[in-house]
Design a binder for this molecule. Structure first.
Ligand code: GUN
Length: 300
């Protein structure tokens, strides 16, 4: 029997609907409008697309969206001055600086200049520390989206064996903390892991976040496992015509879906959850800063 396909588009639409409902009530009952500022430095085309879609989704959710597009040669002090201005702007509850930054800018310095309470990416070192010690924090959007999909599919994750493949600060490491928080037994695998197939074979839940197309093989999986594929890799697709490409995940979807119990597709799995969680984080940050109860089910 084939795996259940976990539809991230459907679930992301439900999360966005829930956020929009809360935003509408917040505006009508308390006169509060959550605001998100996105800062882009330079003209990287992929980043421009991401920033535009974040702005569009923010407006669709009924929130205030502010975009700052800065020249590629913007100095560190100019960027820090803008962040300071946004930190002190009471109409802005979330600040996101699109990464990567141009080489001459110190990413750590810039990210850690954001007020942790407005850090909707969850990348500020204070939020990393809070998450790592099991306390309330802002949680990075992609792992939060994975957690929501897993909770929705399983109900409780308590006691499940989880393997996270990848140890990046953006996905792998926060994912580990979130799964520990939900009482999974967690193994972190990475490029130096010995006998990766054997490690993956133990897992009830596999989260693949390595950025290598179709690396995780179907026969590595425990039958019935739940597979969350975070990878978005563009590969050549000559079968579609000369020069054509397609997107694939970090998991060999075709074979894995014959063994897994449930699996996220690429595209249409984790991807749509990232923006939904950015909106959820902006609403959460707004509620916390105004002392309003935060909606349930939109954070860890
Ligand atoms: N660039 C690629 N993904 C992200 C993300 O989640 N947040 C930020 N700030 N930049 C990114």
């Amino acid at each position: 029997m084939g795996a259940t396909i976990i539809d991230g588009r459907d679930f992301a639409a439900a999360v966005r609907g829930k956020v929009t409902g809360h935003v509408t009530r917040l505006a009508s009952e308390q006169g509060i409008v959550p605001g998100l500022a996105v800062v882009l430095v330079g003209e990287d085309p992929a980043s421009q697309v991401y920033v535009r879609s974040k702005g569009k989704a923010t407006v669709e959710a009924g929130m205030k969206s502010v975009e700052h597009n800065l020249a590629a040669d913007t100095s560190e002090s100019e960027l820090l001055a803008l962040i300071d201005q946004l930190n002190n702007d009471s109409s802005i509850h979330g600040i996101l600086v699109q990464l990567p930054l141009p080489e001459h800018l110190n990413e750590g310095l810039v990210v850690n200049a954001i007020d942790p309470a407005k850090d909707v990416d969850g990348f500020h070192i204070s939020n990393v520390g809070l998450l790592g010690t099991g306390r309330k924090s802002m949680v990075p959007c992609t792992p939060l989206g994975c957690l929501m999909l897993l909770r929705n599919h399983h109900g409780s994750l308590s006691g499940l064996d989880a393997v996270v493949i990848g140890r990046s600060n953006i996905v792998g490491r926060p994912m580990v903390q979130l799964l520990i928080g939900d009482s999974c037994t967690v193994t972190v695998a990475h490029s130096r892991t010995r006998d990766l197939p054997e490690v993956v074979r133990r897992a009830d839940v596999v989260v693949a976040a390595v950025g290598r197309p179709a690396m995780v093989q179907g026969d590595w999986l425990k039958p019935g496992a739940t597979v969350i594929d975070v990878g978005i890799n563009r590969v050549d697709a000559p079968e579609r015509g000369v020069g054509k490409t397609r997107l694939v995940g970090d998991v060999d979807f075709e074979r894995a879906s014959r063994v897994a119990g449930a699996i996220t597709p690429v595209p249409g799995g984790v991807g749509p959850m990232t923006i939904a969680c950015l909106l959820a984080n902006t609403l959460t940050a707004c509620c916390r800063s105004n002392g309003v109860p935060e909606p349930e089910g939109l954070t860890a």
